[in-house]
Design a protein around this ligand. Structure first.
Ligand code: PLP
Length: 404
């Protein structure tokens, strides 16, 4: 009996992909094995973090890395470091930012619900520009003595300031640039390009296309900034006489020369041995065989496409999700005569339960992402989808949502 049977929780065919609300992607056997091994003996987390950071930065070819509990946590920790540097008094004060620069500038076009990760550290967001355009003068005017960082979230369309332009302007004034790379990395070349374009810190998700454990992420960036992340993040149940602060920096003399701060704002975003080991293994696997673990899901997408082509009420087309660099299926229901929200709800509560992408629901199109599909899911999805549409059509669930 599985833990889910035991708990009475329905398993779901995940056609959405690496969504946190669906637990992310399945992890590979080697990642599992590393997690199991890591949990069976004790190490100091500070030493493990330092070593994992070195390994990740060499695998990804970026300046320095720190393991977090997700890209959102990486954004909060990166913001925290931009606010405090390695000043223990400031680290202790967050999220109270009295007496420190606390403004983070962002282009209006790049606002996103994940902005909460920035303000959680105590920062205040300052918008510049309009929904599809920003001028350089707007950034130049916005930077003042209250500015702590500029946030860049690549991928939004419009005549926006490029990362390179932003970095040039911000660096002239000594302001660091933080990039939310969660939905853009991998591919790894994009991450390296962020640094080539001047990023100081980049937040990356482990639970998306890297196929690491869901609650992992990486904060990549300038070594001096990354060294200060640990102050906000690590368990500080330490005595000042014996605190091994040097270990964090890989120093041969591990003992403290300064008093430790207390538990910081990142203490509630802790990562365990198993997360660190799983992440390092998953990234290593991705770097050495990119896309290898996507194959099963892509095969299921082919099966699903093939079987849905016989479905007269649905127009099936191939799309490409540029952000995750993956092909998807678009199921167009605009001619099916059924209300799309009713279809989504019926799939979510059916047997088998199915989750589908809703990014294009506004135009009556469902999206199927292959990354989390397991062997057999394509055929089960196709059969359940056909049954659901037949039932709803017979039921009279019409496009205006009325049901007889
Ligand atoms: C997914 C995502 C995040 C958060 O990533 P987690 O690893 O789930 O914390 C942040 N920003 C953007 C743009 C994302 O798409």
């Amino acid at each position: 009996m599985s833990i889910y049977d035991d708990l009475g929780v329905t398993t779901v065919i995940n056609g959405v992909g690496p969504a946190t609300r669906l637990g992310g992607l399945p992890v590979s056997e080697p990642v599992w094995a590393a997690m199991r091994e890591a949990m069976s003996v004790t190490v100091r987390i500070s030493a493990l973090q330092a070593a994992a950071g070195r390994r990740l930065s060499s695998l990804l070819e970026v300046p320095a890395c720190y393991v977090t509990s997700g890209a959102a946590a990486a954004l909060t920790l990166g913001t925290a470091v931009a606010l405090t540097g390695s000043d223990s008094a400031r680290v202790d004060a967050l999220p109270n930012t009295t007496g420190m620069p606390n403004r983070v500038i962002i282009q209006r076009a790049q606002r996103d619900p994940y902005d909460h990760a920035i303000t959680a550290a105590g920062a205040e967001l300052v918008e510049i520009g309009y929904p599809h355009t920003t001028h350089t003068s707007e950034l130049e005017r916005a930077i003042d003595e209250r500015t702590a960082a500029v946030l860049v979230r690549p991928g939004a369309p419009g005549n926006l300031l490029t990362l390179r332009t932003i970095s040039e302007i911000a660096h002239e004034r000594g302001i660091p640039v933080i990039v939310d790379g969660a939905l853009r990395v991998p591919p790894i070349e994009r991450l390296q390009q962020f640094f080539a374009d001047g990023a100081d810190l980049v937040a990356v998700s482990g639970g998306k296309k890297f196929r690491a454990p869901q609650a992992t992420g990486i904060l990549c960036g300038r070594p001096d900034l990354i060294a200060a992340v640990a102050l906000h993040h690590q368990d500080m149940d330490e005595r000042e006489q014996t605190w091994m602060s040097g270990e964090l920096a890989g120093s041969p003399e591990p003992w403290a020369r300064s008093a430790p701060p207390r538990h910081g704002i990142g203490r509630s975003m802790k990562v365990g041995r198993e997360q660190i080991a799983g992440l390092v293994t998953a990234v290593d696997r991705y770097v050495n065989a990119p896309g290898e673990d996507d194959r099963d899901g892509l095969a299921e997408l082919d099966i699903l496409e093939e079987q849905l082509r016989g479905q007269s009420s649905t127009t099936v087309t191939r799309g490409f999700e540029e952000s995750l660099d993956v092909p998807v299926l678009h199921l167009d229901l605009s001619a099916a005569g059924v209300d799309i929200d009713t279809v989504i709800r019926a799939l979510a509560t059916g047997d088998p339960a199915i989750a589908v992408g809703e990014d294009h629901a506004w135009r009556s199109v469902l999206t199927v992402n292959p990354l989390a599909l397991l062997p057999g899911d394509g055929a089960r999805f196709a059969a359940a989808f056909a049954r659901t549409l037949d039932l709803l059509s017979a039921d009279g669930a019409t496009t205006d949502g009325a049901s007889s």
